[in-house]
Design a protein. Structure first.
Lengths: 427, 340
């Protein structure tokens, strides 16, 4: 049944796996992009594990093996590649072990929790000669593809100059105490690496790199406002996750921009995501969705020009497709698939099949992580941080040093796979 | 494995492609034949989707192929005719593209034909089969936004192609049948109940003679209102918000989601924060093919006898309201705004 197909193991069957990974994989099979089988799944939460396995059994007509211990799965499961969808702090440990064991890895965002752990993961992929890809789905959506083209090759708004991205709302305080740990780890800085900047914010950081190229520097003010005391700033953020951030960017191509988010702003909810150029601007029109500041253009986009013309979502997508031609359309939207999660998996599988670089590899992931960590280090240190210095190791390293100190206690286990190519699935 | 449901399609235009792609996703269904008066077009569609047979007329398809379900994907002015042919041929189910007919008498007559021949007749209000609509309805019924009061919806897009049925009065064109059916049905489904009064304004295209824009207020009794606009004159736009006494639900892509994720956004006031619009939660639903779900529903109805999601009573109620919208222009007292 799985002859010549890439055998995939899912490590972590939580929210993103249940809601979008398995449905994205099904869309690929429906589009005849069927070069894989999900042969193993792993989770410590029994309900998640059975839900994902039941879904695969029904929708892929294949019964994956079930594991409660990821090391057991890596050693014994019939897999060639794994998808790591775990709490952020575990990414590098599990990823490095999988790569060392000879498996290809699709890593969920935000790659890792610090630059040090990120470099270790990239090094492991290089030494193992295996594919390491990063799951950043939103750049693969039709609207982000079209906007990148419009800003660059299409030159539809002239020279891009600046962007504003802001969202304010009043989020109720989180009641973490009574919930199990697999639902609360995002609030734990050591396990999450931070809160909004590194979690949902990672999507935004990837998107601005996708649109504008490499960033020069950032300056950030990050706060944790509380109802029962003064706001928490700087090093105090280690004890309480941020709920407000103001970031100012400059990019190497001259674009400047701001990214502001607050869950502590009483009053009217505000939302603006615009990119302004010398001859027009691009707007996210899905303002009602509180996550669209992170998942840019997922609910709609419009492009207006100084000559008075307006391009709606279908206009812009049609123009993009016509400009790049059918071969590029097939590469970006294989067999007509436009679901960004499905395309992310297709790119991973296709890179394994053809031994090519995935669209977003470890080095690329590390660059987006550098932007994320530059924001935290700027907030931590009080000054602007250069991205190249974050990449070279010359930048301030305080926020991350405390996280590294925790994870330095753990070493990725050396795992040996038993008869890695001889196993068969249960299906 | 039980035998597959055999499907034939009459009319090989744009929407037929959507049905062909949908049938491919259904293991319980098989597309056996397509028909179009333009045989070349039927042949092209058959080749594109590996359909065994293509015919130059519906009559030939129905005479030669034993089929369970007919999909009528022709222009609205021919829907009733092909329904009668399908009834005479003894099919069990007919999925007729929207709008089912061009007027309430025509739709009622079609429902009578279907009932007399014991045919399951379903109008292709495909948006209703998307899980986001079921989720929004469940949230309303669960009282998440308190009492629903106002529903506002828009469904716009430029249409100026003289070859398209939408711009041809004789074919049953116009924005009311094309887009109004979705708007009216969504208001009934999400607010609950039937509209008791319609106030509307429509404009007629000087070039094409069809209604090319409608703005309507539907009263659902008490203070419940639905406010709509649909236009062929402005750029693509769709939205739906249902506001209640304790919050609102927004669907950014209520009618056509295509291959995208969909979002169901619930905003509620925050307790203790009188300034706040408060808490916003969003449910992202994975992409689905509503045409496939629509056909799956038809297959299930034929297999199990369960009631269809979109009933003929829905189609009659929607058409009754659409007729009222079309007729309301000039029939009500208006106050002219005087220039100073």
């Amino acid at each position: 049944m799985t002859a010549n197909k890439i055998r995939v193991g899912l490590i972590g069957c939580g929210a993103i796996s249940k809601r979008r990974h398995i449905t994205g994989l099904t869309l690929l099979k429906e589009a005849n992009l069927d070069n894989f089988e999900v042969t193993a799944c792993c989770d410590t939460v029994e309900d998640n594990l059975s839900e994902v396995c039941d879904y695969i059994r029904v929708h892929h007509h294949n019964g994956p093996r079930q594991y409660r211990d990821w090391q057991d799965m890596v050693c014994n499961a019939p897999v060639d590649a794994v998808v790591v969808s775990l709490p952020h702090g575990l990414h590098h440990l599990v990823g490095i072990s999988c790569l060392n064991a000879g498996l290809h890895v699709l890593m969920e965002k935000p790659f890792t929790v610090t630059m040090k752990t990120g470099r270790a993961l990239v090094d492991a992929a290089r030494q193992a000669g295996r594919i390491l890809a990063l799951a950043v789905p939103f750049r693969r959506s039709p609207n982000q593809r079209a906007v990148r083209w419009a800003l660059n090759e299409g030159k539809l708004i002239g020279t891009p100059r600046l962007f504003f991205a802001n969202r304010t709302q009043l989020s109720p305080p989180r009641r973490a105490a009574s919930r199990p740990v697999h639902e609360t780890w995002r609030q734990d800085r050591l396990m999450g690496g931070g809160v909004f900047v590194i979690d949902s914010g990672f999507h935004f950081q990837d998107s601005v790199r996708y649109f504008f190229g490499e960033p020069e520097q950032v300056y950030a003010e990050v706060r944790a406002y509380r109802d029962d005391g003064p706001p928490i700033v700087r090093h105090g953020l280690a004890s309480q996750g941020e709920n407000t951030l103001f970031v100012t960017y400059s990019f190497k191509n001259g674009v400047i921009g701001t990214f502001c988010w607050s869950g502590a702003a009483a009053g009217k909810q505000t939302h603006q995501c615009t990119i302004h150029g010398s001859a027009g601007f691009v707007e996210d029109v899905g303002y009602a969705d509180p996550l669209s500041i992170f998942h840019l253009y997922s609910n709609g986009v419009e492009l207006s020009r100084r000559d008075g013309s307006l391009l709606t979502e279908p206009d812009l997508q049609a123009m993009h497709r016509q400009a790049i031609g059918p071969d590029q359309v097939q590469r970006l939207f294989p067999n007509g698939v436009i679901d960004h999660y499905a395309i992310e998996f297709w790119d991973f599988f296709d890179s394994i099949e053809h031994l090519r670089r995935p669209e977003v590899d470890g080095d690329d992931g590390l660059r987006t992580l550098a932007l994320v960590e530059a924001i935290y280090e700027s907030a931590w240190s009080g000054g602007a941080v250069k991205i190249d210095e974050m990449l070279s190791g010359a930048a301030p390293y305080g926020w991350q040093a405390e996280i590294d100190a925790y994870w330095d206690q753990y070493v990725p286990p050396r795992l040996v796979r038993l008869s890695p190519r001889s196993s068969q699935t249960d299906g | 494995m039980p035998s597959q449901t055999r499907i034939g399609i009459i009319g090989c235009g744009a929407i037929a492609n959507a049905h062909c792609a949908a049938i491919r996703q259904l293991p319980q269904a098989q597309l056996v034949a397509v028909a179009d008066v333009d045989l070349a077009r039927a042949n092209a569609l058959a080749a594109r989707y590996d359909v065994p047979s293509a015919y130059p007329s519906a009559a030939q398809l129905l005479a030669q192929e034993p089929i369970d379900i007919v999909i009528i994907a022709t222009w609205p002015d021919s829907h009733a005719h092909f329904l009668q042919l399908a009834a005479d041929a003894g099919v069990r189910g007919v999925l007729v593209e929207k709008p089912m007919g061009r007027s309430l008498p025509e739709v009622e007559a079609m429902v009578t034909v279907a009932n007399t021949a014991d045919i399951i007749l379903i109008e292709g209000l495909m948006y209703r089969h998307h899980p986001q609509i079921a989720l929004a309805r469940r949230l309303v019924l669960d009282g998440v936004i308190g009492e629903p009061v106002l529903l506002r919806a828009s469904f716009n897009g430029i249409n100026n192609d003289p070859k398209n049925w939408r711009t041809q009065p004789a074919a049953g064109g116009g924005v009311i049948g094309d887009r109004g059916c979705y708007l009216v049905d969504s208001a009934r489904y999400l607010l609950g109940g039937e509209p008791t009064r319609v106030e509307a304004d429509v404009t007629i295209s000087p070039r094409f003679g069809v209604i090319d824009q409608m703005v309507a207020i539907l009263s659902f009794g008490d203070e419940k209102r639905a406010i709509f606009d649909a236009s062929f004159l402005v750029h693509d736009e769709q939205s739906l918000t249902i506001s209640g006494t304790r919050g609102r639900i927004t669907l950014p892509r209520p009618y056509i989601v295509s291959g995208y994720e969909s979002s169901v956004i619930v905003t509620s006031p925050a307790a203790g924060h009188p300034l706040g619009e408060g808490d916003t939660r969003v449910e992202h639903l994975p992409p689905v093919n509503p045409y496939a779900l629509e056909l799956a529903n038809m297959c299930e109805v034929l297999t199990t006898g369960s009631p269809p999601l979109v009933t003929t009573a829905d189609s009659i109620a929607v058409q009754r309201t659409l007729d009222a919208i079309a007729q309301s222009k000039g029939s009500r007292p208006t106050t002219e705004v005087m220039s100073q």
